[in-house]
Design a protein around this ligand. Structure first.
Ligand SMILES: Cc1cc2nc3c(=O)[nH]c(=O)nc-3n(C[C@H](O)[C@H](O)[C@H](O)COP(=O)(O)OP(=O)(O)OC[C@H]3O[C@@H](n4cnc5c(N)ncnc54)[C@H](O)[C@@H]3O)c2cc1C
Length: 810
């Protein structure tokens, strides 16, 4: 077989990710697929994986993907005739502490609503199931019968065979050495094999190059922020009492897992302080190779394993395997079309879960290529959640130490990562810090979450009601009774300018953008399914110039979405001005008076809602936008970064007599939920339409431009909607949901809290959830929403809740 000079899709890398992508593309009927592997299939990382396959992940769509993998692995042999080593041995996760048990209860409450079966176990029941374990120091555990293990090499070969059977061409010993671009898209690639070399022109490239994916991405100017780290397990000779039916054991408090293999044990884990593989470049020749043993690094895992499985003490250890694996900055995968280059997809960064998740990931990439958009919301694994700054080498290395180490660590609600900080800072960072700001990060921007009193330490993490609550409630009070200032400098900000700027925006925005200069429009940007790609506010600053403000996390995603919808012949330039502007939001009933006192000139002509005006605030000259995300009166002030400190100091100086205080993102979030404002990434996603989200007012169906998503909305309006965002208040004032907790409507799981906050005005938690009809074909009526009983499942305990179709009034 000779390497073709043309293919529709070329996959680079023949590990589990590459062969799964080939398998799924051909399954969808895209058979003109060529896969190039520089060594032999599986020779990178895949061949030495431990092969654990679990199904529970953090959210519904991720769990759906991993559960699909299990379905596939258990049926693949019947299709291809090649065994996969799949064994549904189940798994037992154990807890050493009550806190861990509580965390498991929260995780499993979610898993239950995603359809995962499980059973709680007492320490005695754990011992009955796995007699080789020590259990007297355990609090309890959970049995997940659907989990299992597979043989990674066999599985990959079986997927490759399935792909070949349907026409994919797979070549080994062929290295891809370059990617060719045509304009903003992919045109083809260059390869070498021994003394041969050649080119393939293609429509799509899929970078499945594993730990090489970052360097391979760089060849095409594509940022793939991942880092290789050393990753270990031991393999023992047979141990008495270890049987072939032994479930996979995870003991996260000890950072370890165990798996039976030919009567012995494979034991590995995720040490709390990890060891990035600090090589300048990943060697090109690294075929079926391993890294040197490092018993010092493995010691913490070994000690914990001896506690959990005492018979290991006398077991014969055959080897300590040290293999490199790719880790990412947040411990999640890197999937999807790269923002840097059209037609260039990435399927990498599996954080030691690539065997379990390659089935779902390969299918996702295939469906994305086939349909031109992902089939459902995959924001948490989408490569567009990162920015070009993330390719910094030092950043990757330092953060990998942390993210690998967090894999089995106790994870807390709203936990913030601690490495690579501070990186992106508002001009006010030092001032806010001096005033007690406790910072979190979004896309590496430091942002004040809350302000602690000067004599108090930071509140510790907890699963229960946090110690920062009273401080946050006082910020809420100030916002509702006096005036507060939020530093929202981290907002992503773009300017779109040019003769055709309006036409571009009218096409991608669901609301009407052709408004008077100075007006602000809140609008949805929809996909063809009518789902939210984003929601943004747009200020028309001139006839042909627009200032676009969007969430801090969406900077890359939204920039790419807008830029890709500017046709080649259109005259419109998009510029990211995020760092050129700060945004200070001055919110509360005394905001007008405060700005007036500083020269804001609102007394003569008050600024109407959704309009902007250039005003003086002290010595600063700024744009004031009359709008409020938290509800109530207030202004967003857009100020060039050079004047930000001047503006802030002026506000603070004059603010004392107005009761001004600083407030953080926890307050902002709680108040916006109380006020019924939705947030993209929480309440809004590509899976929800404005009709379902209760945001029809952000859509102008009658505008003369046929905007993206309009047809889908018209069809949906005709058909009726079967889910709708509603507010819930928890009836028990002591209940403290963090968001993500499952919700039952008449004893039926309907979804999770998309966001939750504690409201001072209501004296209880307030949250959003999508209420759903029992049957997706049945429209959801107001009467059905009102008649249902609602309960929120917090770590297995049901808390009753009251529904509000309209925003609740405090
Ligand atoms: C010790 C250890 C234990 C693990 N245990 C588990 C587990 O229990 N469960 C689990 O789910 N996961 C586990 N993993 C993780 C899993 O092995 C990986 O996530 C997975 O194998 C990654 O697959 P991949 O296809 O992305 O990468 P790889 O298997 O590395 O494949 C990438 C391929 O791309 C090729 N390539 C690179 N550059 C080029 C180029 N320019 N041209 C052509 N070819 C190129 C490479 O040669 C390589 O074969 C473990 C990993 C380690 C190290």
């Amino acid at each position: 077989m000779t390497i073709p000079s043309q293919a529709r899709v070329v996959i680079v890398g023949g590990g589990i990710a590459g062969v799964s992508t080939a398998y799924h593309l051909t399954k969808l009927g895209i058979t003109d697929v060529t896969l190039l592997e520089q060594g032999r299939l599986t020779c990178g990382t895949t061949w030495h994986a431990a092969g654990l396959v679990g199904q529970t992940r953090a959210n519904r769509n991720a769990t759906r993907m991993s559960r699909y993998g299990i379905e596939l692995y258990s049926s693949l042999e019947a299709e291809t005739g090649l065994a996969t080593g799949w064994k549904q041995c189940g798994s037992v996760n154990v807890a050493r502490t009550p806190e861990r048990m509580k965390l498991m209860r929260r995780q499993m409450a979610r898993a239950k609503s995603f359809g995962v079966e499980f059973e709680w176990l007492s320490p005695n029941e754990i011992r009955e199931r796995v007699p080789v374990l020590r259990t007297d120091d355990l609090t309890g555990g959970v049995w997940i019968p659907g989990d299992g293990k597979a043989n990674p090499t066999d599985l990959a070969q079986s997927l490759a065979k399935g792909a070949r059977n349907r026409g994919a061409r797979i070549f080994e010993q062929v290295r891809v050495t370059g990617v060719k671009r045509r304009g903003r898209g992919v045109a083809g690639l260059e390869w070498t094999s021994g003394d041969d070399r050649g080119e393939i022109s293609c429509d799509y490239v899929v970078n499945c190059a594993g730990q090489w994916a970052r360097e391979f991405g760089a060849l095409a100017g594509v940022a793939v922020p991942l880092q290789s780290a050393e990753h270990f397990y031991i393999v023992t000779e047979p141990i008495a009492g270890v049987t072939p039916t032994m479930p996979v054991i995870r003991d996260p408090d000890g950072y370890i897992y165990f798996k039976e293999e030919v009567g012995g044990i494979v034991m590995g884990g995720f040490e709390p302080v990890a060891k990035p593989w600090n090589v300048e470049r990943i060697p090109e020749q690294f075929e079926f190779q391993l890294l040197p043993e490092d018993w010092d690094q493995f010691e913490v895992l070994m000690e914990n394993a001896l506690t959990r499985m005492p018979s290991l003490e006398t077991a014969q250890v055959k080897m300590l395997l040290n293999g490199p694996e790719s880790f990412t900055l947040d411990g999640n995968f890197l999937l999807g079309e790269a923002p840097d280059l059209r037609g260039y997809f990435v399927c990498a960064g599996f954080n030691s879960a690539g065997i379990a998740n390659a089935g779902g990931a390969g299918r996702l990439i295939a469906e994305w290529i086939s349909a031109g958009e992902p089939p459902f919301d995959v924001w948490d694994i989408d490569i567009r959640r990162f920015a070009p700054l993330h390719i910094n080498r030092r950043h990757l290395i330092d953060r990998t130490v942390e993210t690998l180490g967090l894999h089995y660590a106790m994870r807390w609600p709203r936990e913030e990562l601690v490495t690579v900080r501070p990186l992106r800072r508002s001009p006010l960072y030092d001032r806010l810090k001096a005033k007690g700001a406790v910072f979190g990060t979004k896309l590496n921007w430091e942002r004040a979450n809350y302000f602690r009193p000067q004599d108090s330490a930071e509140a510790p993490y907890t699963l229960d009601t946090p110690a920062w609550l009273p401080w946050m409630l006082d910020e809420q009070r100030a916002c509702r009774e006096d005036v507060v200032v939020f530093d929202q400098t981290s907002f992503a900000k773009f300017v779109l300018k040019g003769r055709d700027a309006l036409a571009v925006l009218e096409k991608i925005c669901a609301n009407r953008i052709d408004v008077d200069v100075g007006r602000i429009v809140y609008t949805a940007m929809l996909n063809e399914r009518g789902g939210f790609e984003s929601d943004v506010t747009i200020t028309r600053v001139a006839a042909d110039e627009f200032f676009i403000l969007t969430g801090s996390a969406q900077a890359t995603r939204d920039y790419t979405w807008i830029e890709r919808h500017i046709d080649e012949d259109q005259h419109a330039a998009l510029v990211d001005v995020t760092s050129a502007y700060s945004v200070l939001s001055v919110m509360g009933p005394r905001a007008d008076a405060l700005l007036q006192a500083l020269g804001g000139d609102f007394a003569v002509a008050p600024l109407p809602f959704s309009t902007t005006r250039q005003i003086d605030v002290g010595y600063a000259r700024v744009r004031a936008a009359r709008m409020s995300y938290v509800g109530g009166p207030g202004y967003e002030i857009h100020v060039t970064t050079d004047q930000c400190v001047t503006l802030y100091d002026a506000l603070c100086e004059a603010g004392a007599s107005f009761g001004l205080r600083d407030a953080g993102y926890y307050t902002l979030d709680a108040l916006r939920i109380e006020a019924g404002r939705r947030a993209w990434g929480a309440d809004l996603s590509p899976d929800e339409t404005p009709l379902e989200a209760g945001l029809s007012y952000a859509v102008a169906l009658a505008k003369p431009v046929d905007f993206i998503g309009r047809d889908a909305l018209l069809r949906q309006r005709e058909r009726g909607i079967s889910k709708r965002l509603v507010q819930l208040t928890l009836d028990d004032p002591a209940a403290f949901p963090w968001g993500g907790e499952p919700v039952l409507m008449d004893d039926r799981y309907v979804g999770e809290l998309t966001s939750a906050g504690y409201s001072r005005a209501l004296g209880r938690a307030v949250a959003f959830v999508y209420a759903r009809s029992a049957n997706a074909d049945t429209p959801l009526t107001d009467a059905a929403i009102d008649a249902a009983r609602y309960a929120v499942d917090i770590a297995g305990t049901m808390y009753s809740a009251t529904v509000h179709r309209e925003t609740v009034r405090p």
